[in-house]
Design a protein around this ligand. Structure first.
Ligand SMILES: Nc1ncnc2c1ncn2[C@@H]1O[C@H](COP(=O)(O)OP(=O)(O)OP(=O)(O)O)[C@@H](O)[C@H]1O
Length: 531
């Protein structure tokens, strides 16, 4: 008779029963560790917020200071920071606090009398990303696409970087021009004013500028990876942060052992105050794409350890296993933002935290839990995904769907009809739907590129003659542009000698701009032979 399974020895020399016990023990330990981790996490996050704000919890939490990794540098107003004097707080995110500062002795090296200093957290892992962010932004600042750099002006520029010593290691600081409030500020402002959404042409213009910045960025070989309203800043001439209030810390709000690492007070930032600004207008809206902390090379898959993009703006690639994260995630996020600006409603909204019985937000939801809500929402809105994606659906742990019953078109059309602003005509609504469908293609390989989307008819009504011309140049094949560039160089010249010289000058100019390296030699020869 065969021996009972428990008694059989496996290749490790242990009986199955011992292995099973060991596994149970391991699982119990890991569960306990996980629970402890959660309790610790929940403990710090669920501490009473030092100053619960009536509208938001935008004041950073005390746990962002204490001992450890990933903590902020305590900064106070009027403090000296790398040759600048801190004047006001501009905002904070998960990985940095941002301060408006003035050069300690007059005008700064880059001609700005007021700058924004992004003081990054002390974590080594984050610091690597911050250095990457600064390096990429500096590199982008020096890059040209040789076609007039359409869209580059809407990308934030970096002036300089330095490091400051903190309690637990160095903090990397990035100095840039102080730009203005974030798009999120204006979205909250229109909500508060009861307008619901931006004026229709304003939302179109912001989307267009955002797409042109993204098109330039993608052409330069990078994806942004974290496009959301907090990271889209609206340029304001002579921008000054609004009044900052000092909120003095009380010991009861902080852990006693962390007290010595806390700043004396926290500073409320501009985004808290929704009373100081007028809404955006078509004339004054000027986008700057900021926060390149998650930027990635176009052809390299993204690292996933630090994701801050609002979950509702994430593309299906985030949830479906073994799909590459490409620059298509930027396009998806922009489409979601465009919908919110135009209609005042979220295209897809998922709760990022659990709520307790009294309706208060508590811990963060897990990624899997969020996907279970988010993905069926996508199906309902955009219709049935392609067959290959359905085959990956199940292994990605997503909820079972009755694919036969899902509508192939989805409810996007009905949603637009229901949510569209009164100023959007029937024709415009059709164009808007077409724009969204192209940007929200399930398959990232068939999703429209930023370059294609800025040429979309939906934008035609708001484009200036200059912009139309720039778009035509971008759309023209490289060969045509180079040929006309050589031809223009010889225009009006009579002598053979002058024409040859002009062609050589143009050739050198092209080489200097490293534009059309492949095409220009043959076109140059052809033009030379034509003389
Ligand atoms: N140059 C600037 N001018 C004006 N305000 C700025 C500037 N840079 C950043 N801010 C403000 O500071 C906030 C936080 O900055 P940023 O998004 O770069 O921080 P982060 O920690 O990397 O954020 P995230 O958590 O999104 O990764 C922004 O939402 C914006 O309001």
């Amino acid at each position: 008779m065969a021996a009972p399974v428990e008694e059989v020895e496996c290749c490790t020399g242990l009986t199955y029963s011992i292995r099973r016990q060991a596994r149970t023990l391991r699982e119990a330990v890991s569960e306990k560790l996980h629970k402890n981790k959660e309790i610790d996490f929940a403990y710090s996050k669920c501490d009473p917020h030092p100053f619960p704000h009536p509208e938001s919890d935008r004041l950073e939490h005390c746990y962002k200071y204490g001992a450890g990794n990933g903590k902020f540098l305590p900064v106070l107003l009027e403090q000296e920071l790398g040759g600048y004097t801190v004047k006001a707080k501009l905002g904070h995110g998960n990985f940095a606090s941002v301060w408006q500062a003035e050069p300690a002795n007059g005008m700064g090296a880059h001609g700005h009398d007021s700058v924004a200093i992004k003081v990054c957290t002390n974590s080594k892992k984050d610091s690597k990303d911050d250095v990457t962010e600064a390096r990429v932004l500096m590199k982008l600042g020096n890059r040209t696409d040789g076609r007039g750099d359409f869209g580059k002006g809407h990308i934030m520029k970096v002036d300089e970087c330095f490091r400051v010593a903190g309690h637990f290691g160095d903090h990397f600081c990035i100095v840039s021009e102080a730009i203005g409030p974030s798009l999120d500020y204006y979205l909250n402002l229109v909500q508060k004013q009861g307008l619901g959404s931006f004026a229709y042409d304003v939302s179109k213009k912001v989307t267009f500028q955002l797409l042109s910045a993204t098109a330039w960025l993608h052409k330069a070989g990078y994806g942004h990876g974290d496009i959301h309203p907090h990271n889209i800043l609206m340029k304001e001439q002579g921008f000054q942060a609004g009044k900052n209030a000092k909120r003095y810390l009380e010991p009861m709000n902080t852990k006693p052992q962390d007290l010595k690492y806390m700043p004396e007070y926290l500073v409320s930032c501009i985004d808290d105050d929704l009373t100081v600004r007028a809404p955006l207008t078509f004339e004054n809206c000027d986008v700057r794409l900021a926060d390149f902390g998650q930027t990635f090379k176009k052809n390299h898959p993204r690292r996933l350890y630090k994701m801050t993009t609002p979950k509702g703006n994430r593309s299906p690639e985030w949830a479906i296993k073994r799909l590459p994260i490409t620059i298509g995630i930027d396009i998806w996020a922009i489409a979601c933002i465009a919908y919110r600006m135009t209609t005042g409603k979220h295209l897809m909204f998922v709760e990022e935290r659990y709520k307790n019985e009294s309706g208060k937000y508590t811990q963060k939801r897990t990624k899997a839990d969020i996907n279970i809500d988010h993905m069926p929402m996508m199906v309902e809105l955009l219709g049935t995904p392609p067959a290959w994606l359905i085959s990956k659906w199940k292994m990605s742990g997503l909820p079972k769907m009755n694919w036969a019953a899902t509508s192939p078109e989805g409810t996007l059309h009905e949603r637009i009809t229901q949510d569209r602003p009164a100023s959007m005509s029937e024709v415009e609504a059709t164009l808007f739907e077409d724009f969204l469908r192209k940007a929200l293609a399930w398959d990232h390989r068939y999703r429209a590129t930023a370059q294609e989307l800025i040429q979309h008819e939906w934008f035609q009504s708001i484009l200036s003659d200059e912009e139309k011309m720039a778009l035509a140049v971008m759309a023209a094949p490289k060969e045509c542009i180079i040929t006309s560039f050589f031809k223009r160089g010889c225009r009006g010249l009579r002598s053979f000698q002058e024409k040859i010289e002009a062609l050589f000058v143009r050739k050198e100019e092209l080489e200097a701009e490293s534009f059309g390296a492949k095409e220009s030699p043959s076109i140059f020869t052809a033009e030379l032979l034509r003389l």
